[in-house]
Design a protein around this ligand. Structure first.
Ligand SMILES: *Cc1c(COP(=O)(O)O)cnc(C)c1O
Length: 435
C-alpha cells in the first residue's frame, strides 16, 4: 500500500512505515495514494461471506502487497473476534453494534488490528517495542486490551489517579502480562507531558525502542472499513439505498466509511452526526472550516473542536466543498435532545442507546425528515450503553446491566504503579524496567 502525506503528495510511505511513524514528518496525515476498487463479484457475494472473510478480502486489497496471505489471515483472525450485528430498530433504521469487544466501543477494532500488524513487522526487527500511551480513560482500555499478550510488544499506560471511572481503571490495571499501568499523581495533561518528553529524549531513545498508538495512525483506520461492508451486507437483501449515520468526534470512523464507499461499497449517503462540537456540520453548511475549543457534553468521546481526520476527508474530495457536501450531510444536537432521543427509543422500542449512538440516531431522523424516501438508515452504534452506565441509568430511570465479562473484571484486583508527575522518575522507571 502506498501512502502519502496530506500536506505533500511527494512524501511517500509504505504501510509499514506509516504504521511505525504514525504521522508523516511534515505533520500532515497519511492517506492512501490509490484506493483499490473491490470487484463487482465481491459486492454480490458479500451476503454469503462471514465477517472475517469480508475483512480478509478488503485487507488483501489494501495491504496484500506488504503482508503474505497466511500472515494476513492470522492478523484478521486475531482482530475480528467479536461480531458487528445490525439490530433493527424500526422498518427504516438499524443499529450497527460495534461495541461487543473488550472496551465496549468500536475503538477495539482499530486497537487490535494495530497491535497485530505491529507485532508482525516487529518480529523481524531487533528487540522489544515499548508503546507509551497517556489516557484520560477511554482509549487506554482499547489499547491495553488490543495489545494484551502481543509478542515482542510491551505497553505502558499512564492515567491520572482518581480521574478515570472505576470500570476504566479496572480495564487498565487488571491485565498484567505485557501491560503496565502507571497511576500518575496529576492530570491527564501531566500524563501527556510525560509521554511527550520521553519521545523527545534522545538519550532515552538510544536505550529503548519507543512507539505510540496514536488515534490518527492509518492502522487504526483500516479495520474500520471492514465493518461498514459487514453492515451493508446485512441489509443488502432489502434492496434499498443505504445511508450511514456516524456519531463523530475526530472523524476517523466517518473517514473509514467514505473510503469503503470509494472501494465500491454502494452506500447512498453519509451523515456526520455531532454534539454541539459542530465544526464539521458547520463546514458542510457554509464551506468554512473553523476549529474551536471543545465543549463538554454527555457524549464526551465526541467532544472535539478541531477534528484531526478532517484533512483526510478533504483529501478524499480534492478539497472541494460541493463534492463533499453532495455525499455527506451534517447535523448537530445538544445534550437535552440526546436525552430525549434515548428516552423515546427506550419507550418505543425497548432498546437502550448510549449517548453517542443517540446523536447518530437523531441525525438519521433529521435527515429522513428533510429527505423522505426509500432509504434505509444504518446508525453506527459506537459504544455499549453499559460503558456510560451512570448517565444512562439516570436518564432512563432503568438498570443498565454490565455484560458478564465486565462483571468479572470488576472483581479482579487492581495492580498499578504509583508515579509522581515528574519526568526524571518516569524516565528512571522506564530504564530500570525495560532496558
Ligand atoms: C471515539 C468515539 C467516537 C468518535 O469517533 P471518531 O472516529 O473520533 O469520530 C464516537 N463514539 C464513541 C463511543 C467513541 O469512543
Amino acid at each position: 500500500m502506498e501512502l502519502h502525506s496530506t500536506n505533500n503528495p511527494q512524501l511517500h510511505a509504505t504501510f509499514r512505515e506509516a504504521l511505525f511513524q504514525g504521522l508523516p514528518p511534515d505533520n500532515g496525515l497519511y492517506v492512501p495514494t490509490r484506493i483499490p476498487r473491490m470487484p463487482e463479484t465481491f459486492v454480490r457475494q458479500a451476503p454469503d461471506l462471514p465477517f472475517d472473510e469480508i475483512a480478509y478480502r478488503i485487507a488483501e486489497a489494501l495491504i496484500g502487497d506488504e503482508i503474505p496471505p497466511d500472515t494476513l489471515q492470522e492478523i484478521i483472525q486475531r482482530t475480528i473476534t467479536f461480531p458487528a450485528p445490525v439490530v433493527s430498530l424500526d422498518e427504516d433504521t438499524g443499529i450497527l453494534e460495534l461495541f461487543h469487544g473488550p472496551s465496549l466501543a468500536f475503538k477495539d477494532f482499530g486497537a487490535r488490528f494495530m497491535a497485530q500488524t505491529m507485532a508482525h513487522f516487529n518480529a523481524k526487527d531487533e528487540g522489544e517495542l515499548i508503546i507509551l500511551v497517556a489516557t484520560s480513560g477511554d482509549t487506554g482500555g482499547a489499547v491495553a486490551a488490543g495489545f494484551y499478550q502481543t509478542p515482542g510488544i510491551r505497553v505502558v499506560i499512564l492515567y491520572p489517579s482518581g480521574k478515570v471511572s472505576p470500570l476504566q481503571e479496572k480495564q487498565l490495571t487488571t491485565l498484567g502480562y505485557n501491560i503496565a499501568a502507571l497511576e500518575v499523581d496529576g492530570t491527564f495533561d501531566d500524563c501527556q507531558t510525560l509521554v511527550k518528553k520521553a519521545f523527545l529524549d534522545e538519550d532515552l531513545r538510544q536505550n529503548l525502542r519507543l512507539s505510540s498508538a496514536n488515534s490518527i495512525n492509518i492502522a487504526r483506520l483500516l479495520p474500520q472499513i471492514f465493518y461498514y461492508w459487514e453492515g451493508y451486507k446485512q441489509v443488502q437483501h432489502l434492496g434499498r439505498p443505504v445511508v450511514f449515520s456516524v456519531p463523530s468526534g475526530n472523524f476517523g470512523n466517518l473517514t473509514a466509511g467514505l473510503i469503503a464507499q470509494q472501494m465500491g461499497m454502494p452506500a447512498q449517503h453519509f451523515i456526520a452526526a455531532t454534539n454541539i462540537n459542530d465544526t464539521v456540520p458547520a463546514y458542510l453548511e457554509h464551506g468554512r472550516f473553523e476549529p474551536k475549543p471543545s465543549a463538554r457534553t454527555l457524549s464526551n468521546a465526541m467532544d472535539v473542536g478541531n477534528p484531526s481526520n478532517f484533512a483526510r476527508m478533504l483529501h478524499l474530495y480534492g478539497s472541494t466543498w460541493n463534492i463533499m457536501r453532495a455525499n455527506v450531510s451534517g447535523f448537530s444536537f445538544d445534550d437535552e435532545q440526546t436525552r430525549e432521543a434515548m428516552r423515546a427509543v427506550y419507550a418505543q422500542h425497548g432498546y437502550i442507546l448510549d449517548p453517542h449512538t443517540a446523536v447518530g440516531y437523531l441525525a438519521w431522523r433529521k435527515y429522513r425528515q428533510q429527505k423522505p424516501g426509500k432509504d434505509f438508515g444504518i446508525v453506527l452504534g459506537t459504544a455499549h450503553p453499559a460503558k456510560f452506565q451512570e448517565d444512562v441509568s439516570e436518564i432512563l430511570q432503568a438498570e443498565v446491566p454490565l455484560p458478564p465479562p465486565l462483571q468479572q473484571l470488576l472483581k479482579r484486583n487492581k495492580s498499578a504503579i504509583p508515579m509522581p508527575a515528574h519526568y526524571e522518575s518516569f524516565r528512571e522507571w522506564l530504564l530500570s524496567n525495560y532496558r
